[in-house]
Write a protein that binds this ligand. Structure first.
Ligand SMILES: Cc1cc2nc3c(=O)[nH]c(=O)nc-3n(C[C@H](O)[C@H](O)[C@H](O)COP(=O)(O)O)c2cc1C
Length: 168
């Protein structure tokens, strides 16, 4: 799959088969994530693959949202380290988002579906503690990975004319 096709055909998947993504495949994805652009090579991203205990702790942190955490077999808490320097922190959040997207595209090219979620529980102290997110980290989301149960149609997209300007 070439890059254009990967970008165009990747979709958010919300229904997964139960089989988890093998660790070797996850390792390949994280190896690719580190090639995302990041100013001053800060490597700000952090990825934590949830195991049974951390998943359970996360569910305890927000029982109302617990069922949704069972939707995908593999969950990865994605965050970036923040330093307190406003400009660097902003850049590092952007770099972290690039790394997450790199994972999503590389996963898609391997037949692995993804869903970038920002669940309420990861905004709480309990939820952050459940997945070991440090006080100096900004949470980007909870990346769901797995094998899609069905196809999802792409939501309509704005044409480039709606968001691109060529300036004089
Ligand atoms: C930063 C970020 C946070 C997101 N959080 C959620 C979320 O909490 N719940 C959700 O249903 N989708 C979430 N999404 C997925 C978007 O809704 C999805 O990308 C959008 O509907 C377009 O669909 P597509 O990914 O198939 O192109 C998030 C996407 C991004 C980039």
């Amino acid at each position: 799959m070439n890059v254009d096709e990967a970008i165009r055909t990747r979709r958010t998947h919300k229904v997964y088969r139960p089989d988890p993504v093998p660790r070797e495949q996850l390792d390949q994805l994280f190896e690719l994530a580190r090639w995302a652009p990041n100013h001053h090579l800060t490597n700000p991203w952090r990825f934590r693959v949830l195991g049974p205990r951390s998943l359970e702790a996360l569910k305890q942190g927000h029982p109302e949202g617990a069922a949704k955490l069972d939707r995908a077999p593999t969950l990865v808490a994605c965050s970036v380290v923040q330093t307190g320097d406003e400009a660097q922190d902003e850049e590092d959040v952007a770099a972290g988002a690039c790394a997450v997207y790199a994972i999503m595209l590389a996963a898609h090219a391997r037949g692995i579906a993804t869903y970038w979620r920002t669940p309420e529980v990861l905004r709480s102290a309990e939820g952050r503690a459940a997945v070991g997110v440090g006080g100096d980290e900004h949470v980007l989301g909870l990346l769901h990975l797995g094998y899609a149960d069905r196809d999802w149609q792409p939501p309509a997209r704005l044409e480039p004319g709606g968001f691109v300007q060529y300036l004089d």
